[in-house]
Design a protein around this ligand. Structure first.
Ligand code: HAM
Length: 421
């Protein structure tokens, strides 16, 4: 490799991260806009938390036996000797913020959303990045299964606006602290019987948290897990009733779903409802979004005993199959000739922009022909001609690039025309 090539390589974006460039970013902006307006219709407000948090927050929240915490966190020690972690997910941050600001005392609906980057050190592949982006929503203080159904319906509403068709909704209940121990014991027993078939990681999980074996992608572990008992047979009366209600609410809303008893999700905090929306168009990483209820996290953090439920959508994955046509842009290009016209263009551009017209001036000397060539290349909708004559008379020529039509008028007349078009 030449010195130049190796310098370029060193300066490339880090593996598992990527740039979102103009041309693509418009789709991201459209997704963000649609998500925002959808969530606000359901009473959600944005809550922005820091990109890094104390490592302990995720160890306690996401869970010490989850893959995210044991293998995937970007953890570092800062100059003050504190252990910090780039957030691998958003849920624990929201819970921390509620406790820290006592948002529960404000009386407002505790419905929050957020969009931004998350960080996980996993093997990059199609649909899996080390810096990826989530749209996250969380609701607090609503025990009823109806709210779980409502957020699933909200996810469907957003996916519908994004033109995502053919996605499948999977639901399950992972029980609660009352009924899960008996299920874990039964799983441990089943896993012990097939221990030799499990990967070393799952052999460890069989002892620490056998539920996590369901997250393993190794074929032999999946096969073994298929024979394990189903959580549905171990739910306590309360969890059973909650799950029945969830399904009834989804039926009422006309949302098709499949009960998937092995959907335990990779994070330790879930209680009762878990769900995912998956798409067969995505490949191996098929989850567009995942979520569920976590009724114990807030009190486990030392806060009030307030339940939570929510989901996070992977933006890269959704965008890879969404059908979004960003709004067409209409740009006015200023083609000037000579120094006086260049100065005048600076001010003219401010006039059009301050009146809501996207306007571009490039301060490079060009002849008129070159200006038109450039405007064409940029896809400008209009070209305003600014020369000494125009400056003297205060009347400018305007060319509609799509039709070739030439117009003429004062800047006020042309502005009115542009705003109408
Ligand atoms: P999660 O299932 O870990 O849940 O992530 C949610 C979504 O983020 C996934 O369904 C996927 O679309 C996307 N995602 C996860 N990891 C990656 C990655 N490495 N690259 C690209 N996309 C990825 C959570 O994070 C929970 N906090 C969801 C939640 C909110 N539960 C309750 N409230």
């Amino acid at each position: 490799m030449t010195e130049d090539a190796s310098a370029k390589k060193e300066l490339a974006a880090v593996k598992g991260t990527r740039d979102i460039l103009p041309g693509e970013v418009e789709k991201w902006q459209a997704l963000e806009g649609l998500a925002r307006t959808t969530f606000e219709l359901y009473g959600f407000r944005e809550l922005r938390a820091p990109v890094f948090e104390a490592t302990e927050l995720f160890e306690k929240g996401t869970g010490a036996t989850s893959d995210v915490v044991t293998k995937e966190m970007y953890t570092f020690t800062d100059k003050g000797g504190r252990s910090l972690t780039l957030r691998p997910e958003y849920t624990p941050s929201v819970v921390r913020a509620i406790i820290e600001h006592r948002l529960d005392l404000e009386g407002a609906p505790m419905r929050y959303y957020f969009m931004g980057p998350m960080f996980r050190y996993d093997k990059p592949q199609k649909g899996r990045f080390r810096q990826f982006h989530q749209i996250d929503i969380e609701v607090f203080g609503e025990k009823d299964a109806a709210v779980d159904a409502e957020i699933i319906e909200m996810a469907h509403a957003l996916l519908g606006k994004l033109g995502v068709a053919g996605a499948e909704t999977l639901v399950n209940s992972v029980g609660c602290r009352a009924c899960r121990p008996a299920y874990s014991a039964a799983l441990r027993e089943a896993a012990a019987k097939r221990k030799s078939e499990l990967c070393p990681d799952c052999q460890r999980k069989a002892e620490t948290n056998p539920l996590r074996i369901f997250d393993c992608k190794v074929e032999a572990c999946r096969e073994a897990a298929a024979s394990f008992p189903s959580i549905q047979d171990y739910l306590c009366e309360e969890c059973r009733e909650h799950f029945r209600k969830l399904r009834a609410c989804l039926d009422t809303l006309g949302i098709a779903y499949r009960v998937e008893p092995r959907l335990v999700r990779g994070l330790d905090y879930y209680t009762k409802t878990t769900f995912e929306i998956v798409s067969s168009h995505l490949g191996a990483q098929n989850a567009l979004l995942g979520g569920g209820r976590y009724d114990d996290m807030m009190k486990d953090f030392g806060g009030p005993d307030i339940c939570g439920t929510g989901f996070a959508m992977g933006m890269e994955r959704v965008l890879s199959i969404a059908e979004i046509a960003p709004a067409a842009r209409k740009m006015l290009y200023l083609a000037y000739l000579g120094e006086a016209a260049r100065m005048a263009s600076l001010e003219l551009a401010r006039y059009f922009r301050s009146n809501g017209v996207e306007c571009l001036v490039e301060y490079k000397d060009r002849g008129m022909k070159a200006h038109f060539g450039r405007a064409n290349k940029l896809g400008a909708a209009w070209v305003l001609i600014v020369g000494d004559n125009e400056l003297a008379t205060g009347r400018f020529g305007l060319k509609d690039m799509a039709t070739g039509r030439q117009l003429e008028g004062t800047r006020e007349e042309l502005l009115a025309l542009l705003l109408e078009s």
